[in-house]
Design a binder for this molecule. Sequence first.
Ligand SMILES: Nc1ncnc2c1ncn2[C@@H]1O[C@H](COP(=O)(O)OP(=O)(O)OP(=O)(O)O)[C@@H](O)[C@H]1O
Length: 230
Amino acid sequence: MSGPERDVAVSVREATRTHGTVQVLAATSAEIAAGEALVVWGPNGSGKTTLLRLVAGTDLPTSGSVHVLGSPAFDARRTRREDIAVLLDGLSSYPDLTVAEHLALVASAWGRRHVLGTRPAPSVDDALDAAGLTRVRDQYPGELSSGESQMFALACTLYRPGALVVLDEPEQRLDAAWRQRCRALLLAALDAGRTLVVSTHDRLLRAALVEDRTDGTRRGVQIELAAPAR
Ligand SMILES: Nc1ncnc2c1ncn2[C@@H]1O[C@H](COP(=O)(O)OP(=O)(O)OP(=O)(O)O)[C@@H](O)[C@H]1O
C-alpha cells in the first residue's frame, strides 16, 4: 500500500542507542504499514536486539524516535498493552503448569480480547498442533528440549492478542522442520493482519517475510544493520 491512506504501524526515524560512549545502534530508519513485516537483518552485535527493544518500548532511543501504533513506543508499551506481543528475552513460565495450561492461562488472562482481528483465536489444542507441540502438551516447561522450549515460547506469544508482534530471532535453537513451522506461523500471523517486527539470521525466514504476495501486495521489508567494529 502507498499514499496518504497508508496506516503506519511502526515508524523508526534516525533512531540511535548509545551506552556510555559506545554507539550500539547507528542512526536507523524504517517504516511499515499495519499488516506488514519488518525484518531486521545483520551480523552478531549489529544492534538487532537493541532496535527491537526500542520498538517493544522496553528501552528508549538516545536520539531520533520510534513510534508504534501511532504513539511513542515507550508509551505504547503500557497504553496499548493488549496490542503488542513481545518475545525478546525468552519466556517466563510456571514450573508446575503444563504446556497446554500455559496457553489456557493466556486465553483466560485476555478474556474476550483473546481474538485476532475478526478471527476468533484457535483452541489451545489447535494452537499446539500448529506449533508442533501436541506431543508435549502435558509436559512441564522444565521437561522440554531447547527447541521445544523455543516453540513453546513462540506459541504462547502468538496465542495472546497483539496487532503488533515483536520477535527476536524466533528461529533460534530450531531444527529445519521446526524452522519451517515457525515460518508458516509467522506467515499466517501476517495473513491474519498482524504487523511483525522480526530479527533473524535465517535466510529462508527473511525471504518468506519480504516476498510479495501472489497478488503483488507487499508482505514486508528488511533493514540491514552494519557489522560492529571488532
Ligand atoms: N547494556 C549494554 N551496555 C553496553 N553495550 C551493550 C549493552 N547492550 C548491548 N550492548 C552492545 O550492543 C551491541 C549490539 O547488541 P545487540 O544485542 O543489539 O546485537 P544483535 O545484533 O542482536 O546481536 P546477535 O545477533 O548476536 O543477537 C553489541 O556489541 C553489544 O555488546
